[in-house]
Design a protein around this ligand. Structure first.
Ligand code: AMP
Length: 189
């Protein structure tokens, strides 16, 4: 199973990707987590990414693509994966398509978009307390979502790859809605 999770910050993608990844025994690839780890380890990429993360802006595609490439070429990725927080713009989506084709790896089965009302997102993010969760940075992250990431909804919908999940429910309800989508997908593999 190969899935892409799409949605604004605070939509619950990360939590759901972690649960589902474990249940299905597939790799959970969160570019945000990987970038934060690199920042902590002060790698060259981490140092480059830092100011973008701190401002709530997107890290340059080149840096993110390198990380994604490394993850998708890991032996564990053969069993399947969930991309969480990637792609974040149409250009990354295009590069991903090329990358998967070049690796002769089959493409993603589905893109799942988590929808949550903006007011709820802000409340959830304020509670989370990550260093990039201050109000000003949050506004930037939501802005970058609307301007750069949200166009991916049409991009994948045009390709007939999109499923929408209501993320404004309890963690358990979202997980079970997701499970249903995955069961349906399995029938078509
Ligand atoms: P996240 O944990 O997905 O909310 O990501 C945290 C931060 O990491 C974002 O605000 C961006 O600065 C950066 N980031 C994560 N994924 C990407 C991506 N696919 N492209 C560019 N920047 C990213």
């Amino acid at each position: 199973m190969r899935l892409i999770f799409l949605g604004p910050p605070g939509a619950g993608k990360g939590t759901q990707a972690s649960i589902l990844g474990e249940n299905l025994g597939i790799l959970h690839i969160s570019t945000g987590e990987l970038l934060r780890q690199e920042r902590k380890d002060k790698t060259e990429r981490g140092v480059e990414a830092q100011s973008y993360i701190d401002q709530g802006a997107l890290v340059p595609d080149r840096v993110v693509m390198e990380i994604v490439h490394e993850q998708l070429t890991k032996p564990e990725a053969k069993k399947g994966w969930i991309l969480d927080g990637f792609p974040r713009n149409v250009s990354q989506a295009g590069v991903l398509d090329g990358l998967l084709m070049g690796m002769a790896q089959q493409t993603y089965n589905c893109v799942i978009s988590f929808e949550v009302p903006e007011k709820v997102l802000i409340e959830r993010l304020k509670k989370r307390g990550r260093t990039d969760d201050t109000l000003e940075v949050l506004r930037n992250r939501l802005k970058s979502y609307h301007e750069e990431t949200a166009p991916l909804i049409d991009f994948y919908s045009d390709r007939k790859k999109l499923e929408i999940i209501n993320g404004f429910m309890s963690r358990e309800s979202v997980a079970s809605a997701l499970k249903e989508v995955v069961e349906d997908l399995k029938k078509n593999i």
